[in-house]
Write a protein that binds this ligand. Structure first.
Ligand code: G1P
Length: 312
């Protein structure tokens, strides 16, 4: 059983300045909830019980969001605001533990993950990057994506890495998998993944021959990008310790996976639906609009507003 997840959130969100100068990127709202609440909900729906947030002194607002607020709760009780009270109380379900470690100096994703070792050591675990928001309207969060990766890890014992096709013009922002020639011959047209052919094949996983962090488009082994969800065995710690600095002089988790893949082959899982890169301004705005348009409370008004804007 996989019950633990690490959410590395010590990054300073520099692509989102000036919004994120004094507000953690994870606290930016998607309609009516901060981004991190969707991320934690996703983990909970996939069966995770213990969540380790790798934090930074500038992220206190996240810690406060998941803490109990006696003052607010007693105020809402006094004013008989039942619905709001329930909503506030369900932010962190009672059977879920949220723990924090500090990364200190940010030296890359692999470095952030290694900070959580004392809290998850000895068991396989999930890693969830909080800037990647899986579109909850295009999949079933209780069975697809993270849950599916956990189930598949339980069946095979192999690390599971989520991938999504992205335009080659954006590929240098991502870790990218090389599927090897046999798979490429079947399911790629040149450098572009042929999703339709793959879906029709009924295959369930994608082989990984190699992984590379942030390649230039002309050097990328394809357009299947790693999108912030991983399920890994506890053997990962040995490889984390031995990962040298890579792209951008940071200790890259993609490099850790490349080292491990040589000894313990792993699989990629194609995302069901799609995801938003909420670590970029455009991606964040797209997520907000998608969630606003599909919101039960605001969707109709929002669609009407956009229709009337004269821009479409
Ligand atoms: C990180 C990972 C990268 C991955 C990306 C999106 O990069 O290092 O492999 O593709 O997240 O999940 P970052 O966005 O932190 O630069």
């Amino acid at each position: 059983m996989i019950t633990k997840a690490i959410i590395p959130m010590a990054e300073l969100g520099t692509k989102m300045l000036p919004e994120t100068k004094s507000i953690p990127m994870e606290m930016l709202p998607i309609v009516d909830k901060p981004l991190i609440q969707y991320i934690v909900n996703e983990a909970v729906l996939a069966g995770i019980k213990e969540i380790v947030l790798v934090a930074h002194y500038s992220k206190n607002a996240v810690e406060n969001h998941f803490d109990k607020s006696f003052e607010l709760e007693s105020e809402l009780k006094k004013r008989v605001k039942r619905q709001q009270l329930e909503e506030i109380q369900s932010i962190c379900p009672p059977d879920i533990s949220i723990m924090y470690v500090r990364q200190g100096k940010t030296r890359g994703l692999a470095h952030a993950i290694s900070k959580a070792k004392p809290l998850v050591r000895g068991e396989p675990f999930a890693i969830i990057l909080p800037d990647v928001l899986i579109n909850q309207f295009k999949c079933d969060m209780r069975t697809d994506n993270l849950k599916e990766m956990i189930d598949r890890f339980n069946e095979t014992g192999r690390n599971q890495i989520m991938v999504q096709p992205v335009p080659l013009s954006n590929i240098s922002a991502y870790g990218v998998i090389d599927t090897g020639k046999d798979f490429r011959d079947k399911y790629f047209d040149g450098s572009i993944f042929n999703e339709k052919a793959y879906q029709e094949s009924q295959e369930k996983s994608i082989p990984i021959e190699n992984l590379v962090e942030k390649p230039e488009a002309d050097a990328a082994p394809g357009n299947l990008a790693i999108v912030g969800r991983y399920v890994v065995s506890d053997k990962i710690w040995d490889y984390l310790e031995n990962t040298p600095p890579g792209a951008g002089n940071e200790i890259q988790f993609t490099d850790t996976l490349r080292l491990m893949n040589r000894d313990y082959p792993m699989d990629a899982v194609l995302i069901k639906g799609d995801s938003f890169d909420c670590g970029s301004q455009l991606g964040y705005m797209k997520a907000f609009i998608e969630y606003a348009l599909r919101s039960r409370r605001f969707g109709t008004d929002m669609a009407e507003f956009i229709r009337k804007s004269g821009r479409i």
